[in-house]
Design a protein around this ligand. Structure first.
Ligand SMILES: [Zn+2]
Length: 150
C-alpha cells in the first residue's frame, strides 16, 4: 500500500487560484515520487466555510497520513504551523519542499519501500515514478534484454 502524504501550506492571504495550483503541483510531485497525496483543498468543506470547519476536516485527514509535506512559505500560515505541530506530536514524518536532495524521500515504485535521495528511472518495468538502487539492477537487466531483442 502506498504511503500517504498530507500537503500543508499557506492558503489564506494568498490568491486562491494560485494556491490551488501550487497544492495541485505538489500533489502531482508527491504522486510521481510514489506517495498517495492528500490535498486539503479536497477536504469536502466548502471553500467559504469557517476556518475552524476547515481545520477540523484537515486535521482528520492529516492524522490518517504517514507524512506531511510542508510547502514553501508554510511559516506564514497559522494552520500550517498547527498541522506541523500535530504531525510531530503524532509521529508523522515531516518533509519540506525546499529540502536538499540527501533528505528528500521517495517510495520505490517497484518494491514500495521508502528511500532518501533521488530514485532511478524505472522504465521499462514501470512507466513513471522512481525506483531504488536495488530494483534498478532488475531494470538495467530488462533494458539489456530488450536491447538484445529477447
Ligand atoms: Zn525498490
Amino acid at each position: 500500500m502506498k504511503k500517504k502524504v498530507y500537503i500543508s501550506g499557506a492558503i489564506a492571504h494568498y490568491d486562491l487560484e494560485e494556491r490551488q495550483a501550487a497544492f495541485q503541483m505538489a500533489a502531482m510531485e508527491m504522486e510521481r515520487r510514489g506517495f498517495e497525496a492528500v490535498n486539503p483543498f479536497e477536504n469536502g468543506v466548502p471553500q467559504d466555510a469557517h476556518w475552524m470547519e476547515h481545520m477540523k476536516a484537515d486535521i482528520a485527514l492529516l492524522v490518517g497520513c504517514d507524512y506531511i509535506y510542508m510547502l514553501n512559505g508554510w511559516e506564514l500560515s497559522k494552520g500550517a504551523k498547527l498541522e506541523l505541530d500535530v504531525a510531530s506530536s503524532c509521529g508523522i514524518k515531516v518533509m519540506f519542499q525546499n529540502q536538499n536532495s540527501d533528505e528528500r524521500e521517495y517510495a520505490c515504485c517497484i518494491c514500495g519501500k521508502t528511500f532518501t535521495g533521488y530514485g532511478h528511472n524505472p522504465y521499462p518495468i514501470k512507466k513513471g515514478g522512481e525506483c531504488c538502487p536495488e530494483c534498478n539492477k532488475q531494470v538495467i537487466a530488462t533494458r539489456k534484454q530488450l536491447a538484445k531483442g529477447e
